[in-house]
Design a protein around this ligand. Structure first.
Ligand code: ADP
Ligand code: MG
Ligand code: ZN
Length: 472
């Protein structure tokens, strides 16, 4: 039997306002070749100047994964030719990256596992080639966008572990807010290195690298396909011939990997320190800057401070936006229990799979208003569901307006409830006598009668309170 060996390289685009070595904007979706200047166009003589924000973001990542931050790191030129790289070299880091030796914890089927992070280094992105039928075009808007490349140790043992690692990494990056990590837009993309070996063998066998995977589902499928291809070749005796060190692409239509090119060795890039950039020397102040609360820490705090159940806390930290939504609800001093139910169950139920919380037509302010109306007895729990569904469909409508429109206001007015209760008690004098002689169960009967007379609009807490007072 085989053991699967996977190491991942993730490129995440840092969300700085400007590029890594010039002051061009990093905004996505602009007209081609408009976010460019002599530096990112690689005009002769133009000089790079390092963006401090990119450095700060790399440091906070390093701290989040317990890595060593190198006080001195170096930018190198990685030489290769491609039309989307007009300098004919990419500025990257090589032997002295800014972040080295970190770790990340994943959990797969209840098993916790530590995955080593070899390094994380800063580099610039290339432009984009756009291939059309007759000719190809180059858009250099993306050239010089800051990337953090995060390289794992070859310690992942299945596609499930690989996906768990990527989800964890994605979540850490989002909570640090160092990248929007939007996979569709390519701000978080992964190269998967995959090999197999006989169980018990500790040697690393030939790896293939599957490039530019940008969805968790495709990553899983690409790895599974590759493992199958390599295992079959081994069993057929064609391993030596079929499995060679190379770069492969995943065909998302046919769900197979295909050879793209032989894999370069580092020596072929002729790395050397970029003479235009000084080594990066970090000041203690930069190293000591605090970082944002990480997803696991947030989860523990929700459990501890708000008495949230573990499974609910898990949902609340499923995205940065979700956790922020919850935090703004509880910041209004509403009952955390109600906040969890109305967010995790009721609102999420309406959003279903098609909408994420950041596109919710009901804001946290509005959901907070609704919870407030449940707490002060204006609406019953049941009526509140109708109100939520209504404001969900009618975005401009406020909570109080909706309650009014739907006629769902509970009667909490003591006088009105008392009047009905008095009538019920006098109509049922025999039952009152029974109750007073010890038949406690009859209390429920009186409540039921009152709620029925009130056509469901009576505040049940009030009904209980008044009945208790009257029956002694
Ligand atoms: P390169 O840029 O040449 O791909 P890196 O060192 O940046 O080299 O990345 C190599 C990646 O491949 C790392 O994630 C590492 O863990 C992984 N890796 C190395 N050897 C193997 C192997 N035999 N099987 C699977 N993954 C491997
Ligand atoms: Mg690689
Ligand atoms: Zn520029």
């Amino acid at each position: 039997m085989f053991e699967v060996v996977i190491g991942l390289e993730v490129h995440t685009q840092l969300n700085t306002k400007t590029k890594i070595f010039c002051s061009c904007a990093t905004s996505f979706g602009e007209a081609p070749n408009t976010n460019v200047c002599p530096t990112c166009l690689a005009l002769p003589g133009a000089l790079p100047v390092l963006n401090e924000e990119a450095v700060k973001k790399a440091i906070s990542f390093g701290k989040a994964v317990n890595a060593k931050i190198n006080k001195k790191s170096v930018f190198n030129r990685k030489n290769y030719f491609y039309p989307d790289l007009p300098k004919a070299y990419q500025i990257s880091q090589f032997d002295i990256p800014i972040v080295e030796g970190g770790e990340l914890f994943i959990s797969v089927e209840g098993q916790n596992k530590r995955i080593g992070i070899t390094r994380a280094h800063l580099e610039e992105d290339a432009g984009k080639n756009i291939h059309e039928s007759e000719f190809s075009k180059v858009d250099l808007n993306r050239a010089g966008t800051p990337l953090l490349e995060i390289v794992s140790e070859p310690e992942l043992r299945s596609s499930d572990e690989a996906v768990a690692y990527l989800k964890k990494l994605h979540s850490i990056i989002r909570f640090l807010d160092i990248s929007d990590a939007n996979m569709q837009e390519g701000s978080f993309r992964c190269d998967a290195n995959v090999s197999i070996r006989p169980k018990g063998d500790n040697k690393l066998y030939t790896r293939v690298e599957i490039k530019n995977l940008n969805s968790f589902r495709f990553i899983q499928k690409a790895i599974d396909y590759e493992v199958k291809r390599q295992s079959e070749a081994w069993e057929d005796g064609t391993y030596e011939k079929e499995v060679v060190q190379e770069t492969r692409l995943f065909d998302t239509t046919n769900l197979v990997t295909r050879s793209m090119r032989g894999k370069e060795e580092a020596a072929e890039y002729r790395y050397f320190p970029d003479p235009d950039l000084l080594p990066v020397l970090l000041e203690d102040e930069m190293l000591q800057a605090p970082i944002a609360e990480l997803p696991d820490e947030k989860k523990q705090r929700f459990i501890k401070d708000f008495g949230v159940k573990e499974s609910d806390a898990e949902i609340l930290i499923s995205s940065l936006e979700m956790s922020r939504f919850f935090e703004s609800l509880v910041a209004k001093n509403l009952s955390p229990k109600l906040c969890v139910t109305w967010l995790n169950t009721e609102l999420m139920g309406l959003l279903k799979a098609d909408l994420s919380i950041e596109n919710s037509p009901v804001s946290s302010a509005k959901l907070g208003d609704l919870i407030g109306r449940i707490e002060d007895g204006t609406v019953s729990n049941k009526a509140a569901k109708e109100v939520l569904a209504f404001v969900f469909e009618n975005e401009g409508v406020e909570i109080d307006e909706a309650i009014e429109k739907l006629g769902l206001k509970q009667v909490s007015d003591d006088g009105a409830i008392e009047k009905i209760i008095d009538e019920i008690l006098s109509k049922n004098a025999d039952k009152v006598a029974e109750y007073k002689s010890g038949k406690d169960k009859l209390f429920g009967f009186f409540v039921g009668q009152a709620m029925k007379e009130g056509k469901g609009a009576f505040n049940p807490a009030k009904v209980n309170e008044i009945l208790k007072a009257k029956l002694g």
